[in-house]
Design a protein around this ligand. Sequence first.
Ligand code: SIN
Length: 305
Amino acid sequence: MDLSVKIKDKILPNPVGVASGTFGYGEEYSTLCDLNSIGAIYTKAITLEPRNGNPPPRIVETPSGMLNSIGLANVGIDKFVNEKLPWLKQHFANVVIIPNVAGTSEEDYCQVVERLEEIDNVWGMEINLSCPNVQYGAIHFGTNPYMVEEITEKIRMRTKKPLIIKLSPNVSDIYDIASAAQNGGADAVSCINTLIGMVIDTNKCRPVLANKTGGLSGPAIRPVGVRAVYQVSRIVKIPVIGMGGITNADDAIQYFLAGAKAIQVGTANFVDPQISNTILTGIVKWMERHNVESVAQISTLMRDY
Ligand code: SIN
């Protein structure tokens, strides 16, 4: 059975990755699950300078999901390169590490990418043009196809590693944004990031999150993610990585049938740190039951009425 996934000229060992922002820098989960069996670890978004993120409260549970407004809290590129990546290299040399990169300006993104380009245990990069919780950058680039194409081109000039653009569902036509990423030179797109939402505390008569709004994730958004992957994968030629509310193998198979070549597990990691391993086992069992020999083949089984 072939579980591998090709992106650009490189191979992921299996299609089940863990999504940025739900898995720290990998180290936090190293005693809770088998990192070696994860297809790719997408680390928490890294910016040029360290960030404290938004004031608390910045997480609230919702029906079948959660709303976060972390605000890209992270250690910054220096600490990431000097401490987090060396630790991963020392303990998990063969695990695919794909840092998620964010910034407030094009120059920020480019500088972070240039730093990561030099590091051998960075497999590729996922560019965050979709975080909805910041005043500048991220989603402010990712909702405009012209800006997406321009920033992707600038980043492309600075890296030969696989370049993945992470898309926001908070747009009218996600396939236009995906096309812009492809035109700018992206090797893959990942979709979807969170949907903007709000929860109001009816006793305090104010929003629960200090930032007022946040990004909704979890099973509640899965149909939106599956729809986005279905639409995007019919427009672009580059691989689509699907995510949004995947909690079991059946959810993952929906994404593959919709056209995803790989998936990411996000919010479910908070419920069960071993869930990505369990999902991979379930995918293999599904493939056995359906006589499918490769993950790439799953999408060919999709029937469009
Ligand atoms: C955050 O840090 O606010 C979430 C990151 C994201 O949505 O990309």
